[in-house]
Ligand binder design. Sequence first.
Ligand SMILES: NC(=O)c1ccc[n+]([C@@H]2O[C@H](COP(=O)([O-])OP(=O)(O)OC[C@H]3O[C@@H](n4cnc5c(N)ncnc54)[C@H](O)[C@@H]3O)[C@@H](O)[C@H]2O)c1
Length: 452
Amino acid sequence: MSRENRRDFIQKSAAAAAGASLMAAPAIAKSRQSANDRLRVCLVGLRGRGRRHLEALHEMAKENVEIAAFCDCDERIAQTASENYEKRTGKKIPVIVDYQKMLEDKSIDAVSLATPNHWHALQTIWACQAKKDVLVEKPASHNIWEGKQMIKAAEKYGIIVQHGTQCRASPNIREGIQKLHEGAIGRIYMVRGVAFKRRASGRDDFQPVPPGMHWDKWLGPAPDAKYNLLAIQRWRFLKQYGNGEIGDQGVHQLDIMRWGLQIDTHPNRVQSMGGMYMYPTGDQTTPGTQTFSCQYDDHDIMLQFDVRNGYTNPEAGMGTEYPFVDHRNVVGVIFLGTEGYMIFPNYSSYYTFLGSKREPGPSASTEGAPMMDLDLFQNWASAIRQRDPSTLMAPIQEGYLSSVLPHLANIAYETRRTLEFDPKSETFIGDDEANQYLTRDYRAPYIVPQEV
Ligand SMILES: NC(=O)c1ccc[n+]([C@@H]2O[C@H](COP(=O)([O-])OP(=O)(O)OC[C@H]3O[C@@H](n4cnc5c(N)ncnc54)[C@H](O)[C@@H]3O)[C@@H](O)[C@H]2O)c1
């Protein structure tokens, strides 16, 4: 039986056995596949992050993972990736411009999505409908509502959806989180995250659409707009495509914060302020300086996050003492407890300091501060082969919960006031203006479906 037929068969049998909705539990979770089954993955979006996906997937060739195709709506980017890969390996990888066409290819088992945030939900949902497993970059979605649709689609079709928060795959970070849960710093009363990245600003730069760029496909669900180089280069700071720094770098840290606190719900109260203070004349539409704080009714803790895009202090040594990929950037998390504090200054280490003398406590790090990409992909492939989403280290459900935090922050920033959120209904209480930001107007035909 072919892989596709087997998957269909397993799904239908499981659905029949369940006799009801596939949504409650992944219907195919109990059916295993051989660990050696070939896994053919299409890489989607190859300009920036996609190159790291490529390296991870290339590394996994020895584990019978095959790069099946390169998909990018900018033909030049996909073509260059293919040419470079052929030079390097002698293997020619087909280039596919149209993502939906690619999904029709039944020989492709899975997709890894490194496209801008405004595309994550729709591309994930379409892949689930085409029964392809998904690794989707962070933040899970561009807004809160479409994130819920992604989870529905994953659960309905029994698809393995991993979220691109690769710190979850770091044994050192997992150890640190475990220590926190065991009370290494006592009871946590506050957690602070920072994303201080030196980011240049920019001005709108409208130009003719370059040859090979399928601009309508780049825009996708976002409002119609002229081709703008600023969007290509700095989409993460334009709110129709990105979610600002807090929804970019910040998601990694907010995910660690929520994980360390063992909170699997949303906050009840959120605040955020900020502005474009470092580069007031830039055309970015998300804040370069931003603070966010929130509270949970059932937890006696304060969660706080800061974004800065200019020169800054190193923040508890995170910009100087500990290894990170680039010390111009200070990113990390500090958990503060009744016995001491714990720092996560990168993607693969933690350090503890105890008592008033700040005596060193438990810690773990790996030389070179690895970014843990390969580990995340390997975990994804293993979950696919087992058809078991419960073995995912960063399942879409966790990615969604962590991505809601920057979305809430950005809504509070837009509305300029403290907002009351109801975690059960996932709506703001009595606040029509804030509730408008839970979703967006989708540009036809790129509409995230109500019924996935
Ligand atoms: N996990 C991490 O550490 C990490 C690091 C960097 C970026 N990211 C995430 O990766 C994603 C991509 O970021 P980036 O910096 O690589 O962006 P980028 O703009 O450099 O690359 C995005 C690519 O997607 C392509 N694309 C856009 N629409 C497409 C479509 N409809 N079909 C096919 N291709 C399409 C673009 O042409 C471009 O080549 C973002 O979600 C970002 O948050 C994650």
